[in-house]
Design a protein around this ligand. Structure first.
Ligand code: JFZ
Length: 389
């Protein structure tokens, strides 16, 4: 868990056939998250499958994606190898329903991504939908093509899921983590056998909490739900920049940069990781509104990353106007609301205070820190504190 705890910030990528309809089906806008369009519109397998013939992401540039993650200050990248629609974005030998065999693209983008992540020092992780598979006759969730009561789910897990988990762990070098999702009908025995399989192949590979049945190396929060207080366990929140994971043409509800930075800080202050999603288009491009926000976050982290990476939850908790993180003897006070009255009152025995961004010292009297009239950084001014011993 060492790398994962130090990382604090990762890139989530939801990319698959659903990026083609991008929220529209037969001239209708389908409400909800883009990657669920097959279920929401009850699209028959035979019809949805046809999308593969159009999938040709000629503008896909693995290096650009890894570079963007790097510029954003993200330390790991988790990409959908297979989402609930069942389409495999990697070269699988146990099905032809994959990007190499079924699309005109006919290449494995995960190979390029693995190499690009290596080059840029980003840990590659795979999302894998182990329970829901709306394409496989024995997978969970598709009751419009198949009779749910006649499915042999155990067989699907033993013969298909395990084979594919083996593939994604054997073909792309070291994998940081497998991000399982929506365990639903997984039994404890099934969850356990998948964890064991992962560790048999790559002992250092982590498994997230959505493997189900209380297993996994850390807890996964509900989507977009940052806990109200610090937790005594390792946790991560998967989050969207707009309101969808998979690309949708009509979702323009992009969160502003200041909100995204504060959410990252909020997570770090409660001891958790922020896994922030991008949904590339069908031609392989990360939407510019996402890219520009990520680059702005990276700019902020260039100046203030010391207060995020490798830190744990700080001692000041439960105040609206600030957050805190800590590492070694240093406490990082993150000021969201700058005082107009010239002083910051902190419930700590402060000895020394300096602005992290430029190193300048702030005067300290009786634990109150003198504050310049206006916020040095209106998004989050970080002050590094030494305490009296
Ligand atoms: C799941 C997926 O169904 C979704 O498509 C996306 O991949 C997301 C990251 O994960 O959705 C969930 C799973 C769990 C919760 C909410 C949405 N939850 O626990 O609240």
């Amino acid at each position: 868990m060492t790398w994962w705890r130090a990382a604090r910030f990762g890139m989530f990528i939801h990319w698959g056939l659903y990026a083609i309809p991008a929220g529209q089906w037969r001239g209708q806008s389908i409400p909800g998250i883009g990657e669920w369009i097959m279920l929401r519109a009850r699209i028959p397998v035979r019809e949805y499958e046809q999308l593969a013939k159009q999938f040709n992401p000629t503008r896909f540039d693995a290096d650009a994606w890894a570079r963007l993650a790097k510029q954003a200050g993200q330390k790991y990248l988790t990409i959908t190898s297979k989402h609930h629609d069942g389409f495999c974005m990697f070269d699988s030998k146990v099905t032809d329903y994959d990007i190499v065999d079924a699309t005109p693209f006919a290449r494995d983008p995960m190979k390029d991504l693995a190499a690009a992540c290596q080059r840029h020092g980003i840990r590659l992780c795979f999302y894998y939908s182990q329970t829901q598979d709306w394409h496989h006759p024995n997978g969970d969730g598709n009751d419009w093509d198949y009779d749910e009561t006649r499915k042999d789910f155990d067989c699907y897990v033993d013969e298909y899921v395990k084979a594919q988990v083996r593939e994604i762990l054997s073909s792309y070098g070291p994998i940081g983590m497998i991000w399982f999702d929506t365990p639903k009908r997984m039994t404890l025995q099934q969850s356990r056998s998948l964890v064991d399989l992962v560790h048999d192949i790559q002992p250092d590979c982590l498994v997230n909490g959505r493997i189900g049945n209380g297993l996994g190396d850390y807890a996964e929060s509900r989507d977009n739900a940052i806990p109200g207080e610090r937790l005594g366990e390792d946790w991560e929140v998967p989050a969207t920049i707009n309101d969808t994971w998979g690309f949708k043409t009509d979702d323009h509800n992009w969160k502003p940069v200041d909100e995204l930075i504060r959410k990252l800080v909020d997570c770090a202050s409660k001891g958790g990781n922020y896994l922030l999603n991008v949904g590339p288009t069908a031609d392989g491009v990360i939407p510019e509104p996402s890219a520009e926000r990520l680059r702005a976050m990276g700019k902020w982290l260039e100046r203030n990353g010391e207060s995020i990476y490798g830190t744990h939850a700080g001692p000041v908790q439960g105040l609206d106007w600030c957050r805190s993180t800590a590492r070694g003897g240093t406490i990082y006070l993150h000021v969201f609301d700058w005082p107009s009255w010239g002083s910051l009152e902190v419930p700590l025995a402060v000895a020394k205070a300096r602005l992290l961004a430029d190193g300048s010292e702030l005067r300290v009297t009786d634990s109150a820190i003198s504050a310049p009239a206006s916020a040095p950084d209106p998004i989050d001014t970080v002050i590094a504190l030494d305490l009296r011993v």
